[in-house]
Design a protein around this ligand. Structure first.
Ligand code: ATP
Length: 568
């Protein structure tokens, strides 16, 4: 089906490879008029569901960021895929995908480079392009970020962001001000991200320039709880890590049960519930949908729970969204690398009195053996006294100055205990991240809506898209262009457009052909103006999937269509 879908997508203006006039560049696609409208509708629906209804903020940050950001985030060191290059034809392949495609191993991504290299040799896997054996060929790490220089020269390296999330984390010190320093709060961002994929494939499923919609929900893990009541009864198709390990099946479970049994983190479960309802509403076939938990070896070291929304298309499971509990990892890293504070001040209900070690700022107490370092050591000791008072409980205390550990006997530090009143503490929020890929969602919605059937003994192809997601909502046709029918149809077009409908006017070819054209772009309703319309001001309204026709007064078209199109 996917070839026919890709052919239809190109012919009808959903999507097609970019820069075709210059031979094309793999991994870059253009959304044509229908695709751009479909994408806009899906994004709008996401924004409404995950930001507006949840009361979260939205930002729009740059797509180019300096190297320091990606040093802190870890992308520079670890945002790698495994690459193997064919010595004969020179084609590069993603080594883990090669193993997954050619063996019964489902997840090679979590394996080490050497393990994948060994497997390729052991199973004598061949180049999918030219057939040459890849046994003994090195598998190495390839960083997926697109690099650039900011300004002339090479003094300021930068990167195209590989995900929208960093734009949110980096701006946390400012964003927390907008949230008045109160947890929990969420910030979303919808926009382009760039990944120099080794082998882009399956049209818009794996591209090098993609669109993501990401939400970072910042919480206090000790006190904040998700609003589970609203989604408690939502059924989740869960494919747990345990079920995967035992060759088990997907298990249907409500959000409430999933939380009770502890199979899913409660915050993740909340978003799995919200997303399951939303996916169904935008047209994902939920009988071909599951939530797959990451296996322990797949989890990033900082992530305690992670589930992917996956859909089946043409017998393959595709990852649509990642839902991750990221702990305090991202903010802690930026706190460590950047100059600002990535913490939130948490006010206690009542101020508390605590004993705090303090360090005499008079350097002389450190003694002459500490020489010119004395003031740096005293400063570090004071900082430690504020952040980790327990460090002063032994006979010595260790601080790091200029990269060297200095062990100082407590009795020379001028150490004293003071009683202080504290009204709160600085905490690093934890993060729950639902990360949606919009391109894969577009592909899925189209693939799950794709139908081939017969109407009046003629084959027809249609897209059973949800009415409020379809790029065009109404097609308007005059039966013939004569006797005032075209003019009447044009009047109806104008009226519907001013009512906010996306309308396509078509007066060329037989009516049956015009219906087929609209069916192929998923237009849910078509209106025909005929001779009767000129007499009694009624038109036929034909529904796409059933092809049933109603006779409706022109004055009632707006309410007739609205009641059928607005599903949420
Ligand atoms: N190259 C790509 N093309 C299209 N969409 C993508 C691509 N990479 C990621 N996405 C989308 O962004 C979402 C979040 O990104 P994430 O980093 O979790 O993906 P990922 O686990 O790296 O994906 P994969 O394992 O398929 O490469 C994915 O669920 C997917 O929908």
């Amino acid at each position: 089906m996917s070839e026919r879908l890709v052919e239809l997508a190109k012919r009808r203006g959903f999507f097609f490879p970019a820069s075709g006039a210059y031979g094309g560049t793999a991994g870059f696609y253009v959304y044509g008029p229908q695709g751009a409208a479909l994408k806009r509708n899906l994004i709008e629906s996401w924004r409404e569901q995950f930001l507006t209804r949840e009361g979260h903020m939205e930002i729009d940050a740059p797509t180019v960021m300096p190297e320091s950001v990606f040093e802190a985030s870890g992308h520079l060191d670890t945002f790698d895929d495994m690459i193997i290059e064919c010595p004969s034809c020179g084609e590069s392949h993603r080594a883990d995908h090669l193993v997954e495609d050619e063996t019964d191993i489902d997840d090679a991504e979590g394996m080490s480079l050497s393990a994948v290299e060994e497997l390729i040799a052991e199973r004598d896997l061949h180049c999918p392009n030219c057939g040459e054996s890849l046994a003994g060929i090195e598998v190495s790490a390839f960083n997926l970020m697109f690099g650039t220089n900011i300004g002339p020269g090479s003094a300021s390296p930068g990167y195209l962001r590989p995900e929208t999330a960093q734009g949110i984390f980096v701006e946390f010190p400012q964003l927390k001000e907008y949230a008045r320093n109160q947890l929990p709060f969420g910030v979303g961002q919808i926009g382009r991200a760039y990944r120099n994929e080794i082998s882009p494939r399956r049209s818009i499923v794996r591209v090098r320039e993609l669109t993501q919609a990401e939400l970072e929900h910042f919480i206090d893990p000790e006190t904040d709880e998700p609003p589970l009541a609203g989604v408690a009864d939502v059924e989740l198709p869960l494919y747990s890590a345990a079920a995967q390990a035992e060759d088990g099946d997907v298990e249907m479970m409500t959000v409430a049960t999933a939380v009770e049994t502890g199979i899913v983190n409660d915050w993740i479960a909340y978003y799995l519930g919200v997303a399951a309802e939303w996916y169904e509403r935008v047209g994902v076939d939920m009988s071909r949908f599951r939530y797959r938990q990451h296996q322990p070896e797949e989890l990033s070291h900082y992530s305690s729970d992670c589930w992917d929304a996956e859909v089946e298309v043409d017998g393959n499971w595709i990852e649509l969204t990642g839902f991750a509990y990221r702990g305090s990892y991202d903010l802690s890293k930026h706190d460590e690398y950047a100059d600002e504070e990535f913490t939130v001040f948490k006010q206690y209900d009542e101020p508390i009195t605590v004993e705090r070690p303090t360090v005499d700022p008079d350097m002389s107490v450190l003694g002459p053996e500490f020489g010119s370092e004395a003031s740096d050591i005293a400063e570090e000791l004071q900082r430690l006294a504020e952040t980790d008072p327990d460090a002063f409980e032994g006979e010595t205390v260790t601080v790091t100055v200029d990269g060297d550990d200095r062990t100082i006997p407590i009795d020379v530090t001028g150490f004293a205990v003071e009683e202080v009143t504290e009204s709160g503490e600085h905490i690093t929020p934890h993060v729950i991240e639902p990360s949606f890929g919009i391109d894969r969602l577009i592909y899925t919605v189209l693939a799950h809506a794709y139908r081939e059937d017969e109407i009046d003994d003629e084959p027809r192809t249609s897209l059973a898209l949800q009415p409020d997601i379809a790029p065009t909502t109404v097609g308007v046709f005059p039966l013939m262009t004569k006797d005032g029918m075209a003019e009447r149809a044009q009047e109806i077009v104008e009226r519907l457009r001013s009512d906010g409908f996306t309308v396509n006017y078509d007066d060329s070819g037989a009516i049956g052909r015009r219906y087929r054209r609209q069916d192929e772009i998923g237009t849910p309703y078509c209106i025909t103006v005929d001779y009767e319309s000129l007499e009694d001001d009624t038109v036929t309204v034909r529904e796409r999937d059933s092809t049933e026709q109603d006779r409706v007064a022109v004055d009632e078209l707006r309410s007739h269509l609205r009641s059928r199109i607005v599903t949420s």
